[in-house]
Design a protein around this ligand. Structure first.
Ligand SMILES: Cc1cc2nc3c(=O)[nH]c(=O)nc-3n(C[C@H](O)[C@H](O)[C@H](O)COP(=O)(O)O)c2cc1C
Length: 655
């Protein structure tokens, strides 16, 4: 059947009149950039019946474009974006009249690019700031309205610039700024209310310096919807479209439409404040990224770079690496029993070392290597020495838990109380491997009993000087990410409680004052123990088949703990360890005094009995490996990270 413009676009009629459709057919829109938004813009505007385009792009399709770019697919890999998109648009309307700019737009072809153009729709790469400024300036000078629709998270933020009104440069104030600051100003100018940041799941993926950021296909489609609508209104003089300094930002994820008005653009005082906050936030995100983006040429370094993400009590990371050769690393452990009441006989540190070895083993499978370890029998118990040897093994396939090593994190906020399915429980039970099993405490009665026990147990944590000594140094205040401690934001309590805790932890006498006169333990205990004790799918205890007696036993138990945790991450579950009831009850079982406060020691004795009853294990403390809670919920926004690998070597590894 021959192509017929009127028939092809007849279903637009009703929302536009026949005359208006004819007007659109004779309009020319310039689109610079055929990537994420540009491709969607072109296809949407073509279907709207726009008859003429000037199109520019010099780039080719690559795999990393597949998540969002209209023309990106396996058939078009390596092909010119402009050619592909023209093919796709002409397949919709073969009568299109096109101006093609295969070298992209630059200072030299701007006049030709904007020649005879009724509207410019911006689709340049987010970070192509210089050329964007030049195009907008040229549009302004030539009296061409211009639209920019930015895909932000799972939403779209739209700004229009009309001749005679506020210009792009006046609004964004980018002149003379460094590249990173320009990107920030552009982002915040587009979205003065950056609602998308609330659900940024991995800040390390934002790299303003390298000009890279995360994107979604939904946002590109929303942008095309906005830009097509505004194009229609502008080209048909159908009524008001917000123009800078007014903007509009719809976020589908947040279910929110925000209209913004920022007289003086980025010079607006509210905007300047927003910029300062965004700078701080993105900087802390970049710190995470920096540690992780170090390119490591040698397999052993890549393996250790992943292994360092193993969890440890209070993020203490009781290990350093000695690189012996490309297939041999010696791990120097050191436990914290001398000052940390929670590191009873160094067993928490040994669990963490076990998690490190297991993470290393999993990471080695990515390099086709089998990791085997041997504990040095002559090393002192408090500073174990472990030799790990890597052997190439062709039969190895990457471990299924490999992709979850860096994503695994401690979430201390309440989870949903939706129970785990039998399949999920089975997967977790299988993850711990031979020699270990999982005991579940679930259902509303089980969770309530456990929450009560945790609530009372927390009193010991908050009212003993021995625990205070640990807490005063294991929290890093005022940060979202902490390389060697737990960041304030990951504590799982509200801002007011954090303030009180920060004040109180300055001295033991403040803690005592707060506890005695202001019921100081209540607020944190309600939030950190009671609410979370109820707010989960289940509590669990990983139990060993026989009592854990040697360091090797604890290393194996740490491996089981880490596999369980990684499997939970793989299943989209959040997890928080709840180790202190286990630790205090072990002190009690061994008749050891762990605190100078007699009332707290006797509280621990009472709770030890209750825990044994709840677990039904007659106080078999030496078989309990690891206790915690799991459940569904968002990943933590604030978390412990790790220092760069380079700082963890005790020798300087030769290149
Ligand atoms: C042996 C061990 C015991 C832990 N005990 C607790 C605990 O009782 N409560 C808690 O909130 N987190 C606990 N954690 C979690 C650590 O604080 C956390 O793993 C560490 O800060 C690193 O953070 P990440 O898990 O988010 O990477 C424990 C971790 C390990 C390995």
């Amino acid at each position: 059947m021959p192509f017929d413009y009127h028939e092809a676009f007849s279903r637009n009629l009703g929302w536009v009149t026949q005359t208006e459709q004819e007007i659109l057919r004779n309009k020319r829109i310039a689109i610079a950039g055929m990537g994420g938004v540009g491709g969607s813009h072109l296809l949407t505007l073509t279907r709207l019946g726009i008859g003429e385009f000037n199109l520019a792009d010099f780039d080719r399709f690559e795999l990393a474009n597949f998540n969002r770019q209209a023309g990106a697919n396996t058939a078009n890999l390596g092909r010119n974006k402009l050619d592909v998109m023209i093919e796709m648009a002409q397949a919709i309307n073969p009568d299109l009249r096109l101006g093609q700019f295969p070298a992209g737009v630059d200072g030299h072809n701007l006049d030709a690019f904007l020649d005879g153009v009724d509207l410019y729709v911006d689709s340049l790469d987010f970070f192509a700031i210089d050329i964007r400024r030049a195009v907008f300036a040229a549009c302004y000078a030539k009296g061409i309205p211009a639209i920019t629709a930015a895909p932000l998270g799972m939403g779209a933020a739209v700004l229009c610039f009309f001749p005679g009104q506020m210009s792009f440069d006046e609004y964004f104030l980018l002149e003379g700024q460094p590249r990173e600051e320009q990107a920030l100003r552009f982002m915040l100018g587009l979205a003065p209310n950056p609602q998308q940041l609330a659900y940024l799941a991995d800040a390390s993926r934002v790299d303003l310096e390298a000009g890279k950021g995360p994107s979604t296909p939904m946002a590109c489609e929303l942008c095309a919807g906005f830009a097509g609508t505004y194009a229609l209104k502008i080209l048909l003089a159908r009524g008001a479209v917000p123009a800078a300094p007014r903007g509009i930002h719809f976020d589908a994820y947040r279910n929110r439409l925000v209209t913004t008005w920022r007289p003086w653009g980025n010079a607006n005082p509210i905007q300047r404040l927003g910029l300062a906050i965004a700078r701080r936030r993105i900087k802390s995100g970049l710190t995470v990224a920096a540690g992780d983006r170090q390119p490591h040429a040698r397999p052993i370094e890549r393996i250790l770079n992943l292994a360092r993400w193993a969890p440890s009590g209070d993020n203490d990371q009781p290990w350093r690496f000695e690189l012996v050769d490309d297939h041999h690393v010696r791990i120097h452990g050191r436990d914290t029993r001398a000052w940390c009441v929670y590191d009873l006989d160094g067993t928490s540190s040994q669990l963490a070392l076990g998690a490190l070895l297991e993470t290393l083993r999993i990471a080695a499978t990515a390099e086709g290597m089998r990791a085997e370890h041997a504990l040095d029998p002559d090393a002192p118990e408090h500073s174990p020495l472990i030799d790990v040897r890597l052997r190439p093994d062709d039969s190895l396939t990457p471990d299924a838990l490999l992709p979850f090593i860096t994503a695994r994190a401690t979430q201390r906020k309440p989870f949903s109380s939706r129970p785990l399915s039998d399949r999920q429980k089975l997967a977790l039970e299988q993850a711990v491997g031979g020699g270990f099993s999982v005991r579940w405490i679930e259902g509303s009665a089980g969770r309530r009993q456990m929450a009560k026990l945790l609530f009372h147990n927390a009193h010991i944590r908050l009212a003993t000087p021995e625990a205070y000594r640990v807490h005063r140094q294991n929290i890093e205040w005022g940060v979202q990410f902490s390389e060697r401690h737990i960041p304030e934001g990951a504590l799982g309590v509200d801002v007011a409680t954090r303030r009180i805790m920060r004040w109180a932890l300055q001295s033991w006498s403040r803690v005592q004052f707060l506890n005695r006169f202001l019921a100081g333990t209540w607020l944190p205990r309600l939030q950190m123990d009671w609410r979370t004790g109820l707010g989960c799918a289940a509590h669990f205890v990983i139990v060993a088949d026989k009592p854990l007696l040697t360091i090797e036993d604890y290393l194996a138990a740490g491996g089981a703990m880490q596999r369980f945790w990684l499997e939970a991450t793989r299943r989209g579950l959040q997890l928080q360890p709840e180790m202190t009831p286990l630790i205090f009850s072990r002190y009690v079982a061994q008749s050891r005094t762990f605190t100078s406060i007699a009332a707290e020691q006797s509280l621990a004795e009472t709770l030890a009995g209750q825990l044994a009853q709840l677990l039904g294990d007659s106080g078999n403390t030496l078989q309990r490996v690891y206790m915690g809670r799991v459940g569904f919920g968002p990943a933590p926004q604030s978390r412990s990270v790790r220092p760069p690998l380079e700082t963890l070597f005790i020798n300087s590894p030769g290149k």
